[in-house]
Design a binder for this molecule. Structure first.
Ligand code: NAD
Length: 355
């Protein structure tokens, strides 16, 4: 177990258990070099406990990179609650989780991720001040879905400009995998621009909702990889871009909101070999955490939303590094973000702060 943890370079892993209320959770604090570790909580039924650990280790490292890239002045962390959000979520379980977060004294701030809602965060905020993403506490910015979708939209636009030389998305064919909270907001933004959108989701109600609102085309979940499109946009779970799906893609650009879209970093090479341009997810899906972090620093909704524009500069910067060094955009993005963390660490050590 410690070998797996060491591989990702985490500062601290906290296991939380409360048998009375059925809480099984893992809080992973990847880096606090730039500030407290910030990242949402995912509630999901995992087949095996090891899968939950793997998920939280990857997600929290991703948060360190995402938060550093977005210049948020915070570090990276994440938590998972091992439970079915449909059938096992109770107020007692959420309270026990909130108290576990609180006991860490502010080295970790939590928020929404898959399986958690604004209402859940409002409840959690009653028991800890180290939670964001509700809409009832003073200064809270609420549902992060639209800000996340907006950053993703900027990433898609910039990717389309770099790879396809397009300034506008009108008539551009975009396949969106997953139309949950973020995917639906993304479809709204893309359809306003006149993109030709195809969606897929395992939840047929969600599909019907976007079809009715935006008149998009829909295919079965497994058919989305074969859709003839310019841009493929994952907005469901991670790992959907892998050695099995890459050969099927018909797009020229992959850019989306889902965390950890590549099953392995080396999948970026497979994309490159197929001449598909990858816009790294942690560079574009920072809108939600940008709004959440703004709650810590007391920024207004408008001030925080403006900060999401950094996505555009970052996509260009990643492209510049990738071209200059002849590496994939995924490697370039990691280099850029990791470089910012390392520079802050060196500065801290220089000033005698070796925490
Ligand atoms: P969500 O649970 O609301 O939506 C996910 C959607 O994907 C659901 O509608 C689900 O039915 C669908 N789905 C699941 N498996 C699928 C499959 N095999 N094929 C097609 N659809 C499938 O979650 P969300 O908040 O919209 O987040 C979507 C992604 O974006 C996640 O990867 C999440 O980690 C990432 N993300 C979200 C935020 C945020 O602000 N919510 C921020 C950053 C990253």
């Amino acid at each position: 177990m410690f070998e797996t943890i060491a591989e990702y370079g985490h500062e601290k892993i906290v296991y939380c258990y409360d048998g009375d209320v059925g809480l099984k959770a893992i809080i992973a604090i990847h880096s606090t070099v730039l500030g407290p570790a910030v990242g949402g909580c995912r509630m999901r039924k995992y087949d095996r406990d090891e899968d939950a650990l793997f998920d939280v280790l990857r997600l929290s490292k991703n948060m360190s990179l995402k938060n550093a890239a977005a210049n948020l002045g915070v570090g990276g962390g994440k938590s998972v609650i091992l439970a079915d959000p449909q059938t096992e979520k109770t107020p007692e379980l959420l309270k026990a989780f909130a108290l576990a977060v609180d006991s860490l004294g502010g080295i970790y701030y939590t928020a929404e991720d898959v399986g958690m809602t604004v209402a859940d965060l409002n409840y959690i905020c009653k028991f800890t001040k180290y939670a964001m993403g509700g809409d009832q506490t003073p200064g809270a910015h609420g549902d992060p879905s639209m800000p996340t979708a907006y950053g993703t939209y900027l990433g898609i636009k910039t990717g389309a400009e770099i790879k396809l030389g397009l300034k506008e998305l009108a008539g551009v064919k975009i396949a969106v995998q997953g139309v949950g909270h973020v995917g639906t907001c993304l479809v709204e933004l893309l359809s306003k621009d006149g993109a030709e959108i195809t969606v897929a989701d395992i939840n047929q109600d969600s599909v019907a909702n976007v079809q009715e609102k935006y008149g998009v085309r829909a295919v079965q979940p497994d058919e989305i990889y074969d859709v003839d499109c310019d841009i493929f946009s994952p907005a469901a779970f991670g790992g959907t871009i892998n050695e099995n799906t890459i050969p099927r893609l018909k797009c020229k650009v992959v850019a989306g909101a889902a965390n950890n879209q590549l099953l392995k970093d080396s999948d970026a090479d497979l994309l490159q070999k197929r001449d598909i341009y990858f816009v790294p997810d942690f560079i574009v899906n920072c809108g939600g955490v940008t709004m959440g972090t703004a709650e810590i620093f007391g920024l207004t909704y408008e001030e925080a939303f403006k900060k999401i524009d950094i996505v555009q500069d970052n996509v260009y910067e990643v492209d510049r590094i990738a071209r200059e060094k002849g590496i994939t955009t995924q490697q370039a993005a990691i280099e850029m973000a990791w470089g910012r963390i390392q520079a802050a660490k060196a500065k801290k050590l220089e000033s005698g702060d070796n925490r």
